[in-house]
Design a binder for this molecule. Structure first.
Ligand code: AMP
Ligand code: MG
Length: 331
């Protein structure tokens, strides 16, 4: 069975085509196009316009790369939420049009759950992980427990990626700023004290961001601020992830989201896993960031377990929570 997935929750429009190979996900193609605002953060309407402009050519590109024709697609999957309304509606509209055109079923999926399922689908041995999902807007620790994917910990204010990007904007770094902050951090050596906000299994970044901005205005070395920012936020993320692993008694940890590209975060979570005797997994880069292949794969997994959707059930949900998903494909 071949599934085409459309991702469009925020800044990225992505098309992925996957097929199942003995319950393993074989990615045939996975192409994305990302909207970069000229100044400031993401403007939802402009991002949606960007997605509308590129979605058709991305579908063609994905088919070409996968070396298949439209008639060979068996299922259309799309990101139903959570995300920015205009972006979600654009991806959903494209998915509905495609499904009607090729007369094949459609399914809407939860974006956060897709980040977890693509790890299970593509990485051997990754069967029941705790996911540390670190992206621009989202920061959550997710694991399967008693029939659902549950959020064990999450940010109480902004996402970790947002925190890094906002700090980057303060010091005039290009968007997204995470990769540049990582380079600066490698040259930092002096730890500048920042508030460490772990509240139970939740986490907060805005106080720490303000303090980091004050250091920047106070002309502290950028390298030291970036270093301190990474050390503090990543330590807190690692702590809540470890707590979820201890609580659920799981011995696998998976990273997902754009910030998972960061080597220091990988090292910290990897060390924690090693200390616990747990396995540590990171999907390959194109499957870590927002992408269509993970959306396609989750759509396939859901349909295979018997879930069906009519077009009128494909309404988007900006606040589609991870634990709202009825997980019929695992026990
Ligand atoms: P996503 O929303 O999952 O597409 O992830 C985008 C976020 O990942 C942005 O906030 C980026 O700044 C961040 N990001 C990308 N690469 C890195 C990196 N090497 N280190 C830290 N953050 C990163
Ligand atoms: Mg994401």
């Amino acid at each position: 069975m071949i599934t085409l997935g459309i991702e469009g929750t925020a800044h990225t429009i992505g098309i992925g085509i996957v097929e199942d190979k003995k319950d393993h996900c074989n990615v045939l193609s996975n192409v994305i196009k990302t909207y970069h605002p000229e100044t400031g953060g993401i403007h939802p309407r402009e991002a949606a316009n960007h997605h509308a402009e590129h979605v058709a050519s991305l579908i063609k590109q994905a088919l070409h790369k996968a070396e298949i024709s439209l008639s060979e697609i068996d299922l259309v999957s799309f990101s139903q939420g959570p995300g920015l309304g205009p972006c979600l509606r654009t991806a959903a509209t494209a998915a509905r049009a495609l499904s009607l055109k090729i007369q094949k079923p459609i399914i809407g999926v939860n974006h956060c759950v897709a980040h977890l399922e693509i790890g299970r689908g593509t990485i051997p041995g990754c069967t029941d992980p705790v996911l540390l999902y670190t992206s621009g807007a989202n920061t959550q620790v997710i694991a399967f427990a008693e029939g659902k994917y549950r959020v064990f910990g999450e940010t109480l204010d902004i996402g970790i990626g947002n925190c890094l990007d906002k700090f980057g904007r303060t010091i005039n770094l290009p968007f997204p700023s995470g990769p540049t902050i990582e380079k600066h951090a490698q040259k930092g050596s002096t730890y500048l004290s920042l508030p460490y906000s772990v509240k139970g299994m939740d986490i907060a970044f805005s106080g720490l961001l303000t303090r980091a901005q004050q250091y920047a205005h106070g002309k502290k070395p950028i390298e030291d601020i970036c270093y301190s920012l990474q050390e503090t936020t990543f330590a807190a993320l690692t702590e809540i992830t470890e707590r979820a692993m201890a609580h659920t008694e799981k011995d696998q940890v998976l990273l997902g989201g754009g910030v998972a590209a960061n080597q220091r975060l990988r090292d910290m979570v990897g060390m924690m896993a090693e200390d616990r005797g747990a396995s540590f997994f990171v999907p390959r880069k194109d499957l870590c960031v927002d992408n269509g292949a993970m959306i396609a794969w989750l759509g396939y997994v859901m349909v295979k377990s018997g879930i069906k959707m009519n077009i009128d059930e494909t309404i988007i949900n900006q606040r589609f929570r991870t634990d709202m998903v009825e997980v019929t494909w695992r026990d």
